[in-house]
Design a protein around this ligand. Structure first.
Ligand code: PEP
Ligand code: MG
Length: 899
């Protein structure tokens, strides 16, 4: 194992070993670009350090010294010199970039001697002493863990004493005084003298960078961004000769993108600061100037920068994000990496790259981070404005897009406030949400919860509705009583503005401006390329006509799941649905009638049955009409494409008021509701009275739904609209269940054909979401004309995990303890759930070789799961309308990767 590579000697392809930064520096050195000399300590050393109980390997510092000597030769500078001292930066860098998560130390090598050397060399004592005080502060913070506030207090006092407000105006005497004080702070903290020998400083700095790999911030970042060991295993340490952007007005430092990272236009974008060090830019202490200004300010350097951008982009065939420094007119590159861009910019640059004959169409599709394309359909935070706003907290980015509005903590109040003023922008803030809170989702622009993970109720519902959502803000304390929430010492009361960014998890105080989404003009071009290569069909999970239209606009080829229960979520519809549930179950009354002998009692019962039946029929007819209209609009929006309509699935009690709401009801109504709630109560609702089991016990509900599908279809057929509905039954576990519902379907069909004199072709199929359904799919295939995997329920069943409980109680810990790498509710668990799916597919297709088999669980929009579906010979994936671009590109990428 070679522990250290000089930039010019390293194999720059080996990012796992060198980290992204090290690989980039070595590649740029090989390309003869202006990079100051340095070396990389490999990620293997980092792993050794941890294996060794956090001790550096024995000979490491000997090797480091040899490499420092090499730098001395190249630069002519000397380590620990009082005439021309060599100073270095010590930076972290893992295979996957983790911006701001690990530590960096600048100006290392300074002490009371070398600061004199630096003064002599630069003829600039102010610069030398300013560098020294910056070094002690950064070193003290990173290596010794001294709080920044201690240093800042000294700085503040010195400024006050000198009568200035600006750091850059501090004179040499003040800076010398600060250095003495800073050293004292460190000494008090560590109970030893501040280290003066550069070798010792360097050793401590290397150890600190390795330590930061396991720092809380970094561990959390890896967890949230799914950075597993095979993606990045440890950090490398880059030790590089310091170059200074703060050596006067002929010096500068900046960050640029080789193309505009927001809209993808082919021009350099970014900003820079004259006479500043990199950390001033990162810390946002000073506002940068637009890079175009550098052309006039330092034309020679600007030209070098432009050429370097072109050279690097051409070399890597990818947009680059570049850090540079100009030291007294001399241009240096500090870093290059693949740029992080908006989804919009990814689309534009992919199409441009092909036009410029830069990459092939396949490469252009493959380079897009599919997952990010969900952004295309949501408003995003205006990056230019965000700096002006205070951060409130950060949680888990559960549903993308940004939303601003007033905080409201109560479900009823959110609905009432929006009824009174429909233009009101509301952010619903809760500890967690439950099904009965869904009416408040409709008027809310976004959802924020202090608890829960990516599969919590709030996250799932918000995602399916396309509303931004941030969950799991553990620092956020919600106080329902006082109508306020508090995080990090800041209080937000009802009616005060907040902004949530569901793409990053950030929450801000105030209304951060957002940018409205628009379809990039390049999208249809990408879509046509993707359609040519992908095998998988792409359908949408859409429950409303608006969702259906949105999905079509982006290229959905049908609807794979229309959850009919979602049609009753809006507050007014929910009332009708509840009326239906409350209409007394006449089955029991009829049983009673059979045994009742008293004539008078019989009469009474008969008239009650009559009344209840009429009442129930009336509500069902009303629901039928509502559904017919919705179905007709959805089918019309999807003209020519299949629309899979799933009959009612959730248990009825989910629609009844919570005990909290019951408490606020009038006594008579409360009694009625309480009785029904008690009747419908279940021990384990997930495995209880739901799906096909409801259809068997309440056949009139399924019959009403089936009729509504036929009615809607007839309406469209008459208008010569090519409607292609299919009816799907949830939770089926046996052929007997399926056949039972099939006979209801057959009866309705024959009725309808007589009524409308139309020969309907409405396919009848089943979901595969119960383990037994997968195992007996050969039997189900005899009746079913199509299958669709409900991987949400199937995952629950295979793991015996209840999704909600798993997310809120133990999944995070499972991931932390590496028992599970990712949540199986996010990405298909290939070895368990995937295997069962393979069985379901092969047994079903033995009976009908061309059986259409889709997938409509959350996984249908997840790129890794889509890859699995491509290989498993699934016919199509169905994803939320907002994830259609993700699914299309991921399906194309799956096909390209198998070429
Ligand atoms: C599923 O179980 O995967 C599914 C799509 O059904 P739901 O999420 O509505 O239970
Ligand atoms: Mg299901």
């Amino acid at each position: 194992m070679k522990p250290i590579y000089a930039f010019e000697d390293a194999d720059s392809k080996n990012r796992m070993l060198l980290g992204g930064k090290g690989a980039g520096l070595s590649e740029m050195t090989r390309m003869k670009l202006p990079v100051s000399p340095g070396f990389t300590i490999t990620t293997e050393v980092c792993n050794k350090y941890y294996e060794n109980k956090e001790r550096l390997p024995k000979n490491l510092m000997v090797e480091v010294s040899k490499n420092i000597s090499k730098i001395e030769k190249k630069t002519g500078k000397k380590w620990n010199s009082n005439t021309n001292p060599l100073l270095v930066s010590v930076r972290s860098g893992a295979a996957k970039s983790m911006p701001g998560m690990m530590d960096t130390i600048l100006n290392l090598g300074l002490n009371d001697q070398t600061v004199i050397g630096l003064t002599k060399k630069t003829n600039n004592p102010r610069f030398a002493w300013d560098s020294y005080r910056r070094f002690i502060q950064l070193f003290g913070k990173v290596v010794f863990g001294v709080k920044d506030t201690k240093f800042n207090n000294v700085l503040k006092a010195a400024k006050k004493k000198q009568g200035t407000e600006d750091d850059s105006e501090l004179d040499v005497d003040s800076l010398k005084h600060i250095v003495t004080k800073y050293k004292k702070i460190c000494k008090n903290h560590t109970k030893r003298k501040f280290p003066t020998r550069p070798n010792e400083q360097l050793q401590l700095a290397i150890e600190a960078v390795f330590k930061s790999w396991m720092g809380e911030r970094a561990v959390l970042y890896r967890e949230k961004n799914k950075i597993s060991k095979d993606i990045a295993n440890g950090t490398a340490v880059n030790v590089q000769t310091m170059v200074f952007g703060n050596m006067g007005n002929d010096s500068a430092t900046g960050v640029v993108f080789t193309r505009n990272e927001t809209d993808g236009t082919n021009e350099i974008s970014g900003d820079y600061l004259t006479n500043a060090q990199g950390e001033d830019v990162v810390a946002g202490a000073r506002t940068g100037k637009d890079i175009s200004k550098l052309r006039n300010e330092m034309p020679k350097s600007y030209d070098e920068l432009r050429k370097a951008c072109k050279k690097l982009e051409t070399h890597f065939r990818e947009v680059q994000d570049i850090e540079f420094t100009i030291e007294q007119g001399k241009f240096y590159l500090l870093q290059t990496r693949t740029a992080k861009m908006t989804a919009f910019a990814w689309c534009k640059t992919s199409v441009d790259f092909v036009k410029e004959k830069f990459v092939s169409k396949d490469k252009a599709l493959a380079r897009i981070p599919a997952e990010q394309l969900e952004e295309l359909l949501h408003p995003i935070i205006d990056k230019k404005e965000v700096k002006k706003f205070k951060s409130l907290t950060k949680g888990i980015n559960a549903a993308p897009g940004a939303a601003n509005g007033i905080a409201v903590f109560d479900v009823k109040r959110a609905v009432a406030m929006s009824d009174a003023n429909p233009k009101l922008k509301i952010i619903l803030v809760r500890d967690e949400t439950k099904p009965e809170d869904v009416p408040a989702f409709f008027p809310s622009k976004g959802i924020l919860t202090s608890e829960g993970g990516k599969s919590s109720h709030a996250a799932l519902v918000a995602r399916s509705m396309g509303k931004p959502c941030v969950v799991g803000c553990s620092e956020l304390k919600v106080d329902y009583e006082r109508k306020k929430c508090v995080a990090n010492g800041t209080t937000v009361r009802e009616g005060e503005s907040i902004t949530i960014d569901g793409s990053s998890g950030n929450v801000f105080v105030g209304e951060v401006p957002t940018i409205k989404p628009k379809i990039p003009i390049e999208w249809p071009i990408l879509l046509s390329w993707a359609q040519k290569v992908k095998r998988l069909g792409i359908r949408a999970n859409a429950d409303t006509p608006d969702d259906a239209k949105r999905a079509r606009k982006y290229g959905a080829e049908g609807i794979g799941l229309c959850r009919t229960e979602r049609m009753f979520n809006a507050a007014d519809r929910q009332r009708t649905f509840v009326e239906m549930i409350m209409a007394e179950d006449v089955g029991k009354l009829k049983e009673k009638l059979e045994t009742e002998e008293n004539k008078f009692e019989r009469k009474q019962l008969e008239s009650k049955i009559n009344l209840e039946e009429r009442k129930r029929r009336k509500v069902l007819e009303k629901l039928g009409r509502l559904m017919k209209n919705d179905f007709a609009q959805i089918l019309k929006a999807m003209e020519g494409y299949k629309v899979t309509i799933r009959l009612l699935d959730p248990p009825l009690h989910e629609f009844l008021p919570s005990s909290e709401k019951l408490r606020h009801m009038k006594p008579k109504k409360r009694k009625e509701f309480r009785q029904r709630v008690n009747e419908l109560k279940e021990v384990n609702p997930m495995m209880g009275h739901r799906g096909v089991r409801l259809g068997i016990t309440y056949p009139d509900i399924y019959e009403t739904q089936i009729r509504a599908v036929f009615d809607a279809t007839a309406k469209l057929v008459r208008k010569k609209i090519n409607a292609k509905p299919q009816i799907m039954i949830p939770q089926v576990g046996s052929i007997e269940e399926l056949n039972h519902i099939k006979s209801i379907y057959d009866n309705v069909k024959s009725d309808m054909e007589k009524k409308y004199k139309i020969k309907f072709k409405i396919n009848f199929g089943t979901m595969l979401e119960v383990v037994r359904a997968c195992l007996t799919s050969n039997e189900l295939a005899k009746t079913a004309e199509f299958f669709s995997f409900g991987t949400n329920d199937l995952t629950q069943a295979v793991f015996s995990f209840s999704r909600e409980d798993a997310e809120s109680k133990f999944l995070e810990e499972y991931k932390k303890k590496e028992i599970l790498e990712t949540s199986p509710f996010q990405s298909i668990d290939e070895s368990g759930v995937g295997d069962l799916m393979d069985i379901g597919i092969s047994r079903g297709r033995k009976i009908k070789s061309d059986l259409e088999i889709g997938i409509c669980g959350e996984h249908g929009g997840d790129p890794d799961s889509i890859k699995f579906c491509h290989t498993a010979d699934i016919s199509y994936v169905s994803a939320s309308p907002y994830r259609i671009p993700v699914a299309i590109i991921a399906a194309a990428q799956a096909a390209i990767s198998k070429k």
